[in-house]
Write a protein that binds this ligand. Structure first.
Ligand code: FES
Length: 101
Protein backbone atom coordinates (compact mmCIF):
# COMPACT_ATOMS: atom_id res chain seq x y z
CA UNK A 1 0.00 0.00 0.00
CA UNK A 2 1.33 3.39 -0.95
CA UNK A 3 0.82 6.50 1.08
CA UNK A 4 0.80 9.98 -0.35
CA UNK A 5 4.46 10.54 0.55
CA UNK A 6 5.69 7.67 -1.62
CA UNK A 7 3.34 8.41 -4.52
CA UNK A 8 5.32 11.57 -5.09
CA UNK A 9 8.71 10.01 -5.58
CA UNK A 10 10.88 12.97 -6.36
CA UNK A 11 14.60 13.20 -6.81
CA UNK A 12 15.87 14.32 -3.43
CA UNK A 13 19.59 14.34 -4.11
CA UNK A 14 20.09 16.37 -7.26
CA UNK A 15 23.83 15.71 -7.32
CA UNK A 16 23.44 11.93 -7.58
CA UNK A 17 19.86 11.76 -8.86
CA UNK A 18 18.65 9.70 -5.91
CA UNK A 19 14.90 9.45 -5.36
CA UNK A 20 13.04 9.65 -2.06
CA UNK A 21 11.97 5.98 -2.24
CA UNK A 22 15.59 4.85 -2.65
CA UNK A 23 16.77 6.89 0.32
CA UNK A 24 13.88 5.74 2.52
CA UNK A 25 14.35 2.08 1.62
CA UNK A 26 18.12 2.29 2.33
CA UNK A 27 17.38 3.83 5.74
CA UNK A 28 14.80 1.14 6.49
CA UNK A 29 16.69 -1.90 5.25
CA UNK A 30 19.99 -0.87 6.84
CA UNK A 31 18.40 0.80 9.87
CA UNK A 32 20.68 3.74 9.07
CA UNK A 33 21.00 6.53 11.59
CA UNK A 34 23.45 8.99 10.05
CA UNK A 35 23.71 10.95 6.83
CA UNK A 36 27.14 9.40 6.24
CA UNK A 37 25.65 5.90 6.33
CA UNK A 38 23.00 6.94 3.83
CA UNK A 39 25.66 8.38 1.53
CA UNK A 40 27.61 5.13 1.73
CA UNK A 41 24.49 3.09 0.98
CA UNK A 42 23.06 5.04 -1.98
CA UNK A 43 25.36 8.04 -2.66
CA UNK A 44 22.67 10.56 -1.66
CA UNK A 45 24.24 13.46 0.18
CA UNK A 46 27.72 12.91 -1.19
CA UNK A 47 27.87 16.07 -3.28
CA UNK A 48 26.82 19.61 -2.41
CA UNK A 49 25.09 18.62 0.86
CA UNK A 50 21.90 20.52 -0.04
CA UNK A 51 19.84 17.39 0.57
CA UNK A 52 21.26 16.66 4.04
CA UNK A 53 18.30 18.39 5.64
CA UNK A 54 15.90 15.97 3.93
CA UNK A 55 18.03 12.89 4.61
CA UNK A 56 18.04 13.89 8.28
CA UNK A 57 14.26 14.32 8.13
CA UNK A 58 13.80 10.83 6.63
CA UNK A 59 16.12 9.29 9.26
CA UNK A 60 14.10 11.06 11.95
CA UNK A 61 10.83 9.79 10.55
CA UNK A 62 12.18 6.25 10.38
CA UNK A 63 13.29 6.44 14.00
CA UNK A 64 9.92 7.92 14.96
CA UNK A 65 11.65 11.02 16.23
CA UNK A 66 10.19 14.40 15.63
CA UNK A 67 13.02 16.86 15.59
CA UNK A 68 11.41 20.29 15.19
CA UNK A 69 11.66 21.70 11.67
CA UNK A 70 13.38 24.77 13.13
CA UNK A 71 16.19 22.58 14.47
CA UNK A 72 16.69 20.83 11.14
CA UNK A 73 16.71 24.17 9.35
CA UNK A 74 19.16 25.62 11.88
CA UNK A 75 21.52 22.66 11.50
CA UNK A 76 21.40 22.33 7.72
CA UNK A 77 20.15 25.52 6.08
CA UNK A 78 23.69 26.82 5.64
CA UNK A 79 24.53 23.84 3.42
CA UNK A 80 21.61 24.32 1.05
CA UNK A 81 22.91 25.44 -2.32
CA UNK A 82 20.23 23.83 -4.45
CA UNK A 83 16.73 24.51 -3.13
CA UNK A 84 15.18 21.91 -5.44
CA UNK A 85 12.19 20.34 -3.76
CA UNK A 86 12.90 21.59 -0.26
CA UNK A 87 9.82 23.81 -0.43
CA UNK A 88 7.63 20.70 -0.30
CA UNK A 89 9.01 19.95 3.15
CA UNK A 90 10.07 23.29 4.59
CA UNK A 91 8.21 26.59 4.34
CA UNK A 92 11.52 28.43 4.67
CA UNK A 93 12.56 27.25 1.21
CA UNK A 94 9.29 27.93 -0.62
CA UNK A 95 10.15 30.29 -3.42
CA UNK A 96 6.53 31.05 -4.21
CA UNK A 97 5.53 31.84 -0.64
CA UNK A 98 3.77 35.18 -0.30
CA UNK A 99 5.84 37.85 1.38
CA UNK A 100 5.08 38.45 5.05
CA UNK A 101 3.03 41.54 5.73
S1 FES B 1 21.69 17.47 -3.67
FE1 FES B 1 22.39 15.78 -2.51
S2 FES B 1 24.49 16.15 -2.33
FE2 FES B 1 23.83 17.75 -3.65
Amino acid sequence: MKDSATEIDETICQCYQVKESTIRSCIESGNLTTIEEVTEACEAGGGCHSCHILIDLFIDEHQKKSTPMETLVREHAGKVKKKGILGRFFKKFKSDAPAAK
